[in-house]
Design a protein around this ligand. Sequence first.
Ligand code: ZN
Length: 624
Amino acid sequence: MIRAIGLGQVRNIEGFWGNYLAQLSERGILSQWDQIVATSRLENFYRAARGEFGTYEGLRFNDSDLYKWLEGAVYIQKLRPNATVAKVIETAIRAIIEAQAPDGYLNTYVQVNYPDWKWRNLCNMHEMYCFGHLFEAAVALQENFGDARLIEVSRKAVACITAIYGPGKKVGFCGHPEIEIALYRLTEVTGELQFAELADWMIDVRGQRPSPFEAEIADPTSETLFRAANALSMKSGKYDGAYAQDDKPIREQTQIVGHSVRAAYLYAAAAMSASRRQDVGLMGSLTTIWENLTEKRMYITGGIGSTGDNEGFSDDYDLPNLNAYAETCAGIALAMWGRRMFEGSGSAEYLDVLERVTLNGVLSGVSLDTTLYYYDNPLESRNNHEREPWFLCACCPPNVARFVGSIVQYAIWESDDTIFLGMPIAGEFELSNGLVLKIETKYPLDGRVSITFSGKPTQKKLAIRIPDWSDEINVDFPNATEGAEYENGFMVFNHKWSAVTNLKLDLEMTVKLHRSHQLVLDNAGRLSVSYGPSIYCAEDWKVESAPQLCVIDLGEEVRPSQKTGLDGSLLLQASILRDKATHTEALYEDFADADTVASTINLIPYRLWNGKGKSYMQVWLRHN
Ligand SMILES: [Zn+2]
């Protein structure tokens, strides 16, 4: 079994990821907490505890923001302790415990404003979705601080669910998947199979007919609360279910459809289920859906869900840039799915996508100081997009916190006989059998990685992912007793690791140009640029010098520049041609070849754009 190392095995994280963690600990987590308090997300728990009626404020799934924040805060606190964060974590835990009803139910929106709606509309109400995030926060507290208080809350919550739903009882699952992942995690920390078995069942009954959602939507009273939400599940006047991946059972699905965050959370859980049950058929279906996504529906940044209409997927090759939705949460959900596909298959191809979305489509969603966020991550901007501290629907900021806080679980894994290094992270990590792994690197800013072992000498395989973007890897391993083997996208060294082993790698980074499949109409005649794992973009603050107005001159190479970006990344320089400015005021005139002037532009990593306010930005650039 391949298992990510736990945060308790981290001695420290430095470098690229250390910077994000330090910022989250000092700023991001507390600025999110201030928003949670200011928007009554915390107060709603107190209102429920006091038995108030009608005073709930905010969207119906806002409880999930507190839970998700708590999970993230626990991870950051484990890695970078901060006394103020410790205090507010305690405040959050107590508020949650106090708000739970005696029967285990907990959803402050329903408890305070709509008590008659308890368990009446699983399709839209998000009760189980919120529970899922509660369970994940509970697992984080138990795993990292040995604090079982929310595990007890979770146990009561599951009992509240299974009093009604489960095998041999009423069919029910959430319109927004998430609880399934959380139930598997509850089993991991408690060893109790009941949680995983409930998740397996939810995955298996989803997509069957009749769907429990059909009757919920047909109930005319549901229109009072869910008119717009109901419409998303309908097609030509009939229940369709694709929006919530309830159009057919997962084992019959071949394309990725509907709401992108729901889809990737569901498939992440299904991959956990397939691994747990050794279900080859389920894993096969997930592979097919994954291929449809990554071969036809994913942005080069790893962003997924191209349209805001359903916050999700449209058609193959429909990947508009300016209006790309590519929600930050969807990127995180894709990384989660990739992680679980890897853990179930051992294949590095999933980690290529995981890295792509992490370093590009997810990190674009957060400012370097971790106080500003994008909800959607377009690949073009016309001075109309800017990160914000918070949102009415604030799913993304706390999701970034819990993802970055647990980044090591997306980078380093162990099995009985192998250490897997998917993505180099600078720091020191305690592996099983008393072996300590030290990684020194500036990755992803450059590809040089030094790996040193200490602790108890241990014979194990070290599997280093060969990135999809890399053409050449130089290895300096003077103590090697045998050469590397290549399997499943990894370079594998079998060695007795001890204090005298040092292995140096250079994952050689070069500038690469990319074009799209010809059916991505938005990218016709355009190229994009990468350096190592980072996708680059052009950005300017004045319309006169906007990248939309220039073409890349392919007569010259795109090359590293002397400058560095805000996080120390190498900037690139491209030669361009611009139309010479004309002085005519006419909106239209007779066509004539334009005179051009040659110039250059800098390209920056996509994750860094909008570092200085609104701008003109393009990932896909016209070329001559
Ligand atoms: Zn989100």
